[in-house]
Design a protein around this ligand. Structure first.
Ligand code: ZN
Length: 404
């Protein structure tokens, strides 16, 4: 294999999370009796450009076949999007005639933020979630974005002043085609804003559960700069934001269109001083991941030995990496509770833990609940307590700990 950004061939495989089913392939009851396909989940580091990436790419049509993630269910994301849109409109002086395009627009939550400004909007979303957006009056093209997509858009809507892609650049199979597409879609003074989980947070926060087949790449700023340079584009600003446990937001323009912010050098320096440009850092991280797994297993088995009940809170895709890698079966964790109607009634891929309505947590009061949606812990824990859950909550990262 070779690096998906710089084509370097001698990549370093520092972490192996075994074979796992795709994290969003939740099963219906009938599916429990059928074969399930597992794919390798191995992670590589490129010493040439600094990119961290998966070794095996599952076909997008398999990954996104039964995609059930909907932004509408995540309050902190909704807030992040609303703030981002307000900031974009103010900083880049967007006006009514301007077009804003969101790639991987999901249910249209981000784009809805532009409506109060009367800015023209368009979403690009390949999964079935596009239908929710269309129902919510967000114009959406139901397809994958690539170098050919802008032709269809520009003909009908003109070029875009702003293109956003939040948590999408990790997912796209052909990153070169996507960046080429973004460049074609942007007006000369257009801005591309892209948010991705920051590998610095992933490594420092032990967020290895964020590694799953949909996330092909894990970015630091350095390889992103490398990537856009290939297309004669500049990252002129960057900032660290809190979404998904710590993400990096970059602002990209066509060459020399906007002045460079000091934030770029600051973030590069921080990445370098943590050792993100050194493969030894990733070998050490992999050792910690193995120790983390054993700690989680010991903790849960210890609780079971006392005859206590354990449930799980949330059924995010990343929860399945944790459940599968740590081999947490239904005899350890009886069920997961969820608010999303899209997931209630389904079973987790691999471990086949049933997903039930959140109210079961309050009705049954299991002794412990493992918080799989730890990225929204601040919002979720007080809410669950307020709603009446009296048991103990286990937060798995950065190291498993109990919140009373
Ligand atoms: Zn590379």
């Amino acid at each position: 294999m070779k690096c998906s950004i710089c084509n370097y061939q001698n990549l370093c495989n520092f972490l192996t999370l075994g074979h796992q089913p795709p994290s969003n392939s939740f099963l219906r009851f009938e599916g429990l009796n059928k074969p399930e396909t597992y794919y390798p989940l191995d992670v590589y580091y490129c010493e040439n450009c600094g990119l961290v990436q998966l070794g095996y790419e599952v076909k997008p049509e398999i990954l996104f076949r039964n995609y059930v993630y909907s932004t509408q269910t995540n309050k902190s994301l909704i807030k992040n999007f609303a703030e981002l849109v307000d900031k974009i409109v103010a900083r880049f002086k967007l006006a009514g005639k301007d077009l804003a395009v969101d790639i991987g627009s999901n249910d249209g939550t981000l784009l809805k933020g532009y409506l109060k400004y009367n800015i023209r909007i368009l979403g690009i979303e390949p999964s079935n979630v596009a239908e929710i957006a269309i129902k919510n009056s967000v114009p959406t093209m139901k397809e994958f974005f690539n170098r050919d997509t802008p032709m269809k858009i520009v003909k009908k809507y003109g070029k875009a002043k702003v293109v956003t892609a939040t948590n999408v650049f990790a997912h796209v199979k052909d990153i070169m085609s996507s960046v080429e597409g973004v460049k074609k879609l942007l007006s000369d003074d257009g801005i591309f804003i892209c948010e991705s989980h920051h590998i610095l947070s992933l490594v420092t926060g032990m967020q290895w559960d964020s590694i799953y087949h949909e996330h092909l790449r894990y970015y630091s700023l350095k390889p992103l700069i490398y990537l856009f340079k290939l297309f004669n584009m500049d990252i002129f600003d960057a900032e660290k934001i809190t979404t998904h446990g710590g993400s990096i937001r970059i602002y990209v323009c066509k060459k020399n269109m906007y002045p460079n912010s000091d934030n770029i050098a600051k973030i590069l320096k921080e990445e370098e001083s943590y050792g993100l440009y050194n493969k030894e850092t990733f070998h050490e991280f992999a050792q910690k991941v193995k120790a983390h797994k054993i700690k989680i297993q010991e903790m849960l088995i210890g609780i079971k030995k006392e005859g206590k009940k354990i449930a799980g809170i949330g059924a995010p895709a990343k929860g399945n990496t944790l459940l599968n890698y740590c081999n947490i079966t239904p005899d350890i964790m009886e069920y997961l509770v969820e608010r999303s109607n899209l997931k209630i009634g389904l079973y987790t891929p691999g471990m086949h833990i049933s997903i039930v309505d959140e109210k079961q947590l309050f009705d049954e009061q299991p002794d412990y609940a493992l918080l799989l949606s730890w990225n929204i812990a601040e919002e979720l824990i007080p809410k669950i307590k307020k709603l009446g859950y009296k048991g103990k909550i286990i937060v798995p990262v950065p190291w498993p700990h109990i919140v009373d």
